[in-house]
Design a protein around this ligand. Structure first.
Ligand code: GAP
Length: 448
């Protein structure tokens, strides 16, 4: 089937369109919405959680399961507070902050371009800003019944620090020798001064990080390897080169732990922004944790007997930011001859929250259609919908990015076939009901 569009399909230009789709279809919406929301915190609804799980599963598969030299970890969110002294976070992990004396709003001193006008100054709309001062981004909590200095703890600001804490135990129990890596996916928390751009800068978010420990003479080799590998990952999930680029950090912008850093950036509607960082952390972390804990985190070369701290190459991707990039990238509006429009989320099938939908043409066909649905959901997340006209049901699935719709009609009883409709091309053809599982497996596994 060929499709006549009146104009070229439109990509996302205005974030409000995506924010509205995400809320309306249950991908992502403000946390604690009934209380007016809480700035910098977001909830993933039924479809959002599936999208995010799929992304994490792809990362885990690629970074851990398919490799002999990377093992996984799931550490606690709260670490011993000395961790954050050793890592340098209590001292260095801050952003410059300014306050407006008139309207009392708070801003990042290095992001004053689009702060809008001051609502509290008559005669002048300009803010009356204080001098910048450093604001530590770690979120604090206290442990136990008392709330004194001894009970102070932090919610982890990055998922990698517990990896360094556990380095020795994991290396020994997994019987790994350098070069090898430890990977973890989990929540991180930062008390961002200005959360913004939907989920892009949040106060609670997920990271997928991998710390790769290697000999000092191999650090460049591994840095290049991981940068290439991570770019490949993003490309394979459908973010094409027009929307992806790398940016090397200048000397002055390197984080306190980094010897070199390259950001992987995505072209969001609000500009090029980082979704992942590849960092050469040198021996900063293992050396500091050895110093602060009194435990030797060095390794000995079995042949030369040389004792040294391994160098660390880190890949650190934001799960929420990548989900946001995937959502932005998938969003497409098509206008047909005659003016009819459809919004379609062109997710890579591996990421699509729903892989297929079973749609009986009439409620009278519910029983056999349900039977097919039951069979398919043993393999994938498959939706069942019998309400509304079939065109509207297709559109509902397009809008949440379901790659295949299977329509059970009155002929299905006789020819034991259903109609498969493809999300992107909208082409349709009939296949045997007995062959649907194999067909979907083939289509889903060989896509992209
Ligand atoms: N361990 C190194 C590290 O945490 P980072 O550049 O501060 O490095 C890594 O963070 C990734 O975590 C970023 O590329 C981004 O995708 C994600 N990230 C950082 N801060 C975030 C925030 N406030 N909201 C959402 N994602 C964030």
């Amino acid at each position: 089937m060929t499709t006549d569009f009146a104009t070229a399909p439109r990509r996302l230009e205005n974030m409000d369109d995506l924010v509205s789709l995400c809320a309306r279809r249950g991908f992502i919406f403000p946390s604690s919405e009934i209380y007016g929301g809480i700035n910098g915190f977001w909830d993933y609804g039924p479809l959002g959680v599936e999208l995010k799980q799929n992304l994490k599963a792809c990362w885990w598969q690629r970074m851990v399961r398919e490799r002999d030299d990377v093992v996984g970890l799931d550490s606690s969110i709260i670490c011993h507070p000395r961790t954050w002294e050793a890592s340098g976070h209590t001292e260095h992990f801050s952003d410059p902050m300014v306050d407006c004396r008139a309207c009392k709003k708070r801003f990042r001193a290095d992001q004053l371009d689009d702060i809008g006008s001051c609502s509290a100054r008559e005669g002048s709309s300009e803010h009356d800003l204080t001098e910048p001062r450093n604001f530590n981004l770690m979120l604090r909590t206290s442990i136990g019944a008392s709330e004194d200095a001894a009970s102070l703890a932090y919610l982890r600001a990055e998922t990698c620090q517990p990896i360094f804490n556990d380095f020795k135990r994991v290396r020994e129990t997994a019987r790994q020798k350098i070069p090898f890596g430890i990977a973890q996916i989990g929540k991180a928390f930062r008390n961002e001064i200005n959360p913004r751009n939907f989920t892009f800068r949040s106060r609670e978010f997920e990271q997928a990080e991998m710390e790769f420990f290697c000999h000092p003479r191999e650090r460049e080799k591994w840095f290049s390897h991981w940068l290439e590998e991570r770019l490949c990952f993003h490309r394979e999930l459908g973010l094409d080169d027009e929307y992806l680029r790398t940016r090397r950090h200048e000397e002055g912008e390197l984080a306190h732990y980094a010897k070199q850093a390259v950001d992987v950036e995505y072209r969001f509607p609000f500009g090029w922004q980082e979704i992942e960082g590849i960092h050469d952390r040198g021996d900063w972390d293992l050396r500091r944790h050895s110093e602060y804990s009194g435990k030797d985190l060095g390794v000995t070369d079995p042949e030369t007997k040389e004792h040294f701290f391994p160098m660390v190459v880190e890949t650190s991707v934001g799960v929420d930011r990548t989900c946001l990039a995937v959502l932005c990238h998938a969003y497409t509006v098509e206008t047909f001859e005659g003016g009819d429009e459809r919004t379609v989320m062109r997710f890579h099938p591996a990421l699509a929250p729903l892989k297929a939908a079973v749609l009986p043409l009439s409620k009278k066909l519910a029983q056999p259609a349900r039977k097919l649905h039951l069979e398919l959901r043993r393999h994938w997340n498959v939706f069942y919908d019998e309400s509304g006209n079939i065109g509207r049901r297709y559109r509902r699935q397009d809008e949440v990015g379901t790659p295949f719709c299977l329509t059970y009609d009155f002929d299905s009883e006789d020819d034991r076939k259903v109609t498969v409709r493809h999300r992107d091309s909208m082409s349709q053809h009939r296949i045997a009901i007995d062959a649907v599982v194999d067909y979907l497996r083939e289509q889903l596994e060989n896509s992209g």
